[in-house]
Write a protein that binds this ligand. Structure first.
Ligand SMILES: Nc1ncnc2c1ncn2[C@@H]1O[C@H](COP(=O)(O)OP(=O)(O)OP(=O)(O)O)[C@@H](O)[C@H]1O
Ligand SMILES: O=C(CO)[C@H](O)[C@H](O)COP(=O)(O)O
Length: 403
């Protein structure tokens, strides 16, 4: 692998406030420019920077298989912080990065070390660790966490090639989303909070058909074949990451309709680890009790098959967890306030904030069921976690921490 270009840049990118001192950051990176087809194109980035200790990014990991709702979740998360998320201005139009005032979301597909042809030639899928550069991923996430800018590669999903890198500045909240945020122990240890979207095979299949047939013109056979081809690697490399997640959103077929095979009504579980710093699990009615609740009646309109909530303690991969579950779907989103008023530890800033967020994005997939509700709740918990970390660094307790 020949290094054909070695260059250095000097930058003054710092998230420091005026009362913190910083020294000039120096970034030196190198790229390889070997044949783009089927070969590794970028070798890595070396960052030699010194930055201030204040306002370093909080790093969040979001893992899921492709087509399992990561983008939708990210849109909900960035909306909680306010402002729209957009690709880097004036950059590669096929960039996978989304930047808003507070958050920068990068897609870990950008750390594919083999492009589409390369994977085909070697007979590996994108889920296989051999198709990904974990050393570079670790180096760059670490650099961002230390407040340093990085030159991150871009995997172009349109061409299937690795494009020239893009400059990423350290944001307040840095989200790494994709197939492997918790796979490599070094990367995992850098995460301040991690989420896994666990979509059952039946539901994944229904969503894939809906998107890839309706929107991308794929045939039913090709969708089935692609899911089957990915399954062994998914089971080996992606699924095991859920044991490390601080919160898991598990999406299953409904239990309210016997033998349902339509996959439209969903049973969704929010599995929240106990004992995670700056994260207090949400609860229904009474913390630590086991409860089932059918809210349908005078205050919540429910058509067939109705709605059922459940809450209680459990264990998950040997960890103590609290599990909140919702089966069924809402008829009227404005009535969600009734459900919200029975949930506690939501980390909202005002009464009704969950309902407001859900109404704001009523057109997003999953808005009438537990996927949208729990994604919104996790978004609020991440905002709270961020605020607590920042307050801790500044040495002052937050309102939430005081209560
Ligand atoms: N909560 C949901 N309810 C119903 N359908 C959903 C839900 N979330 C996602 N989908 C379906 O899955 C598709 C993919 O969602 P999204 O783009 O958010 O996933 P992704 O993980 O970012 O996908 P990719 O990695 O392929 O870009 C949507 O277009 C929609 O059809
Ligand atoms: O699992 C995936 C994550 O998004 C993709 O399939 C992988 O990134 C390869 O992308 P493409 O199919 O565009 O070559």
């Amino acid at each position: 692998m020949a290094i054909s270009s070695l260059h250095a840049t000097t930058s003054l990118h710092s998230p420091c406030t005026t009362n913190t001192s910083f020294r000039q950051n120096q970034v030196i990176f190198f790229t390889t420019r070997s044949n783009r087809r089927g070969s590794t194109r970028h070798a890595g980035a070396r960052t030699f920077q010194v930055s201030c200790s204040a306002d370093k990014p909080v790093v969040i990991g979001l893992a899921a298989d492709s087509g399992c709702g990561k983008s939708t979740f990210m849109r909900r998360l960035t909306s909680v912080f306010g402002g729209a998320a957009e690709p880097p201005k004036g950059g590669n139009p096929d960039s996978n990065t989304l930047i808003s005032d507070t958050t920068t979301v990068i897609c870990l597909d950008d750390y594919h070390s083999l492009d589409r042809t390369g994977r085909k030639e070697k007979g590996v899928t994108a889920l296989d660790p051999r198709a990904n550069n974990f050393d570079l991923m670790y180096e760059q996430v670490k650099a961002i966490k230390e407040g340093k800018a990085i030159d991150k590669p871009i995997y172009n999903h349109v061409t299937g090639l690795l494009d020239p890198p893009e400059l990423i500045q350290p944001p307040k909240i840095f989200v790494i989303e994709g197939l492997h945020p918790m796979f490599d122990e070094r990367v995992r240890d850098l995460l301040d909070f991690s989420i896994y979207l666990d979509i059952s095979d039946e539901v994944k299949f229904a969503w894939k058909i809906q998107r890839d047939m309706a929107e991308r013109g794929h045939s039913l056979e090709s969708i089935k074949a692609s899911i089957e081809a990915r399954k062994p690697d998914f089971d080996a490399f992606i699924d095991p990451q859920k044991q490390y997640a601080d919160a898991v959103i598990e999406v299953l077929p409904t239990q309210l309709i016997p033998d349902d095979n339509e996959g439209k009504v969903l049973r969704v579980k929010l599995i929240m680890k106990e004992g995670i710093k700056n994260f207090n699990p949400v609860y229904l009615f009474d913390e630590g009790s086991s409860i089932t609740w059918v809210p349908c009646g005078r205050k919540l309109t429910c058509s067939y098959p109705g709605i059922k909530f459940a809450y209680g303690p459990d264990t998950y991969f040997g960890h103590e967890v609290s599990v909140l579950e919702m089966d069924g779907q809402f008829d009227r989103l404005d009535e969600l306030i009734y459900v919200e008023s029975h949930l506690s530890n939501l980390s909202t800033k005002f009464y009704g904030e969950v309902t407001q967020q859900m109404l704001k994005h009523a057109d997003f997939p999953g808005s009438t069921n537990g996927t949208g509700l729990f994604q919104t709740i996790v978004g609020l918990k991440i905002r709270d976690l961020y605020e607590q970390i920042i307050a801790e660094r500044a040495g002052a307790p937050t309102e939430a921490a005081k209560v």
